[in-house]
Ligand binder design. Structure first.
Ligand SMILES: Cc1ncc(COP(=O)(O)O)c(C=O)c1O
Length: 401
């Protein structure tokens, strides 16, 4: 299935929307400088927040690229350029939330179209499929995407898209994006990868065969728990055209201030994710040694069934760790005794968070479906922050006693 090694994200040639010089820039240089040069009018080194809803035209239909802020806004453009460069994509479109991005993307499909999705997707994605888009005539099938035969068997002549998350939320399963893309493409289906957990720093699905990438920018891209946003990246000019049409027609666009916050956050993405990945690796190893812990889910552990795939397609293993304790009361007790980890939904920010997927982030998935996917009542999900790892380990060890 695999077409052999592809360029590692770090070594891949950028297809940046900005100047030729950008092509040789590394990830952090792009994060700081693409879309964000000094303001030509004032020299300000930080991108201005353009709050204008409308833009004066020099004649009817003659303007400087902006007419109305739902259709296009200079601060949003700067963010879109920067995020495209980070995913090494030709195009990026920014949205008001991750789910706003997903909805807009799926509205490109038509009644009767079929989507195959990875069974362990984010609960809100499942809810969007199951409770909203089904009512508009789309059909969905869940599959264990680590089983290529199962993916192949679930594809029908109506299948237009295969939807993946890797690593998944909350069980940190890893899917071979390259291999699944090959199966999907042989049936003419597009592949969309939710890259929220991995971030463009650790994994670039467009280099692994995917056609579309979505992010909840609320998470690692923003990185400070202070802005909700979403994004879609693609290399296809045709998909970009359709997405731009839908972005404007549906209207789930982010505010200029939110775009500015995301631009500010993304500058430190590589620094944060490196520290979070290092902390997560140490924490996962400490949890594995703890007698109160039944099982640890982390792609960097030797015990992870897809560690080899993760090592091939990711730069490091990320900042998310899940683990199982005896049962729901034990999980609740542990969560309530944590002092540094905040008991909260969301993930990817500088501060560490802990949560109970079955009762919190994944409560919208029916219990039977949840159990089939392996999300049990004793499961705890951690979003590991950039604190001192010894303090994080001590916090968890105390909570587990
Ligand atoms: C993997 C993943 N995808 C998508 C979303 C939805 O994003 P948002 O909350 O920004 O709408 C989330 C939110 O938690 C998520 O974890």
């Amino acid at each position: 299935m695999n077409k052999g090694p592809r360029p590692h994200p770090a070594a891949s040639p950028p297809t940046s929307p900005a100047s030729g010089e950008v092509k040789s820039w590394g990830f952090s240089t792009r994060a700081l400088h693409v879309g964000q040069g000094p303001d030509p009018a004032t020299g300000a080194v930080v991108q201005p927040i353009h709050m204008a809803t409308t833009f004066a035209q020099q004649g009817v239909g003659k303007h400087k690229g902006f007419e109305y802020s739902r259709t296009g806004n200079p601060t949003r453009n700067a963010l879109e350029e920067c995020l495209a460069a980070l995913e090494d994509a030709r195009h990026c479109l920014a949205f008001a939330s991750g789910l706003g991005a997903e909805t807009t993307l799926l509205l490109m499909l038509s009644p009767g179209d079929h989507v195959v999705y990875m069974e362990d997707v984010y609960g809100g994605t499942f809810r969007l499929f199951d409770k909203v888009l089904k009512r508009y005539g789309l059909t969905f099938s869940a599959v264990d995407a680590s089983d290529l035969d199962a993916v192949e068997k679930s594809v029908t002549p109506q299948t237009k898209m295969v939807w993946l998350e890797s690593p998944t939320n909350p069980l940190l399963r890893v899917v071979d994006i390259d291999a699944v893309s090959e199966v999907a493409h042989s049936h003419g289906a597009l592949v969309c990868v939710d890259n929220t957990f991995a971030t463009p720093y650790l994994q670039q699905p467009l280099h692994l065969g995917a056609d579309l990438v979505v992010h909840s920018s609320t998470k690692y891209i923003g990185g400070h728990s202070d802005v909700v946003g979403g994004s879609i990246m693609t290399n296809s000019d045709e998909l970009e055209k359709q997405l731009r049409f839908h972005q404007n027609a549906v209207g789930a666009v982010p505010s200029p201030f939110d775009c500015w916050l995301l631009l500010r956050g993304v500058k430190t993405l590589a620094l944060r994710v490196e520290r979070q990945s290092e902390n997560a690796m140490e924490l996962a190893s400490a949890l594995q040694r703890n007698k109160a812990v039944k099982r640890v889910f982390y792609p960097g552990l030797d015990s992870h069934p897809n560690r080899a795939v993760a090592a091939r397609q990711m730069r490091m293993f990320g900042g998310m760790v899940s683990f199982e304790v005896a049962d729901e009361p034990a999980a609740f007790r542990t969560l309530e005794r944590l002092k540094i980890f905040a008991l909260a939904e969301s993930l990817g920010a500088v501060e560490s968070l802990a949560e109970h997927p079955a009762r919190m982030t994944h409560a919208s998935i029916p219990a039977a479906e949840r159990e089939r996917a392996g999300v049990g009542n004793g499961l705890i999900r951690l979003s590991v922050g950039v604190e001192d790892v010894a303090d994080l380990i001590a916090d968890l060890e105390y909570a587990l006693t």
